[in-house]
Design a protein around this ligand. Structure first.
Ligand SMILES: [Zn+2]
Ligand SMILES: [Zn+2]
Length: 421
């Protein structure tokens, strides 16, 4: 079995790995890396669609799914993923094309073509293509999100995609019953970081929400539309929160998709109870009306880039009664990062000081350092290890540490590196 790195080498974004099982070619993920400050998006190395026997998407996040449709300009390979991954990928890719018009090498017809070739599979459902057998396993990272096991000629590859070993309020734990492995390709996003226990972050957020309500303010929680928004709604509901919870923007479409796939949730009852108790905003008049009394507003975008977040930010930032809870990762150069670092927002070209109380909370969807090592401890055999999907320092340090702790042969590969097992 040969594996070639097409992307996500010393970076978070544009994941892509080409697996050649004695002539049978599988592509694991094919994502996008968004350009910073107006620079164009980047993609994994090019592959010829007609050479591919199967494409496997681990999960819907665009750094894993965002460039799959480019393979359907001329090709028609089978694409495998879980049902929620297909539904969410379609939503996210279409949204990306709407926001970044004409900056990608494909458009809606290719997305439709991709969906026509979609082969839905469940977790632990084995598929055989030529010389390869593969299956998806639960990753705990996002609804329908999976890891991939590939088996060929008695060699086994385990690719983590993105993982959260503990899962979340919405998602079950990662499936760690992987068995003996010859090559492990693991994400390294938070290999350097220890996260706060989820329970602590949850109590802090609930406390902050109640403080803001007590002073008759509105709490704005800009949040990723996939999963984080729903998780926050569930956390507040579980605390018997007395005030209104408003959900807005693309999170509502994601709610619908999640309702369609209850089997992929940890507890569908908890989810539906939280969402049914929240108020969905469909029109601007409802938005204005909703903000007449103390409430919590959950709306994308998580990093305050575009969408309704801009509206809420302008409305709520300049009153000290209000609060802003940042619950998502804030990338460099985003308005969310700026708010954290400087306490200002840009309004009509001017930077204005925010008087609302701003707090950040730790709610990562990725395994932290401890979880990553726990995952590796669980793997049997003496696999070679590739550390990917992290900045250079994280990937290299993680590789070094795995080698020291477990005596495994490890490497933080570069794009186009190849390995034979
Ligand atoms: Zn992800
Ligand atoms: Zn990712």
């Amino acid at each position: 079995m040969d594996v070639r790195v097409l992307g996500a080498a010393n970076e978070v974004g544009r994941s892509g790995f080409l697996v050649n099982c004695n002539g049978t070619k599988l592509l694991l993920d094919y994502g996008v890396l968004f350009g910073r400050r107006g620079s164009p998006p980047q993609y994994p190395l090019h592959v010829k669609p007609k050479d591919l026997d199967a494409i496997i998407i681990t999960h819907a996040h665009l750094d894993h799914s965002g460039n799959v449709a480019s393979l359907f300009v001329s090709g028609n390979a089978d694409v495998y993923a879980t049902p929620p991954t297909f539904d969410l990928s379609k939503l996210l890719i279409e949204d990306m094309l709407k926001i970044e018009k004409n900056s990608h090498p494909f458009d809606l017809p290719e997305v439709n073509n991709m969906m026509k070739n979609a082969k839905e599979i469940g977790f632990r459902q084995k598929v055989t293509k030529g010389n390869a057998t593969f299956e998806l396993r639960e990753s705990g990272h996002v609804i329908g999100g999976s890891t991939v096991l590939v088996e060929s000629e008695k060699k086994r590859l385990f690719y983590t995609g993105d993982i959260k070993t503990h899962g979340s309020r919405m998602l079950r734990e990662m499936d760690l019953d992987i068995g003996e492995i010859d090559l492990l390709i693991t994400e390294s996003t938070y290999a350097k970081t220890e996260q706060k226990p989820r329970k602590e972050s949850e109590s802090e957020l609930i406390e902050f929400a109640n403080e803001v309500m007590d002073r008759k303010g509105i709490l704005f929680i800009p949040s990723f539309s996939v999963e984080r928004s729903q998780e926050i709604a569930c956390i507040l509901r579980s605390s018997n929160f007395k005030h209104r919870i408003i959900m807005d923007g693309m999170a509502l479409k994601v709610n619908e998709i999640m309702f369609r796939h209850p089997d992929y949730l940890r507890d569908p009852q908890v989810f539906s109870d939280a969402i049914r108790h929240a108020t969905s905003i469909r029109e601007h008049s409802e938005r204005i009306l909703a903000m007449k009394e103390p409430c919590v507003v959950i709306s994308p975008a998580g990093m305050l880039v575009g969408g309704n977040a801009v509206y809420y930010l302008q409305q709520l930032s300049f009153d000290s009664k209000n609060g802003i809870a940042l619950v998502s990762y804030q990338g460099e150069g985003t308005p969310g990062r700026k708010l954290l670092d400087t306490g200002t927002v840009s309004t009509r070209g001017k930077d204005l000081n925010v008087t609302a109380e701003v707090k950040q909370f730790d709610f990562s969807g990725h395994a932290d350092r401890k979880e990553l090592f726990d995952m590796i401890k669980n793997i049997k055999g003496s696999p070679k290890v590739w550390t990917v999907h992290g900045d250079t320092e994280s990937c290299e340090m993680f590789a070094q540490e795995i080698h020291e702790r477990f005596g495994l042969e490890t490497y933080a590969p570069k794009v186009n590196d190849e390995i034979t097992i």
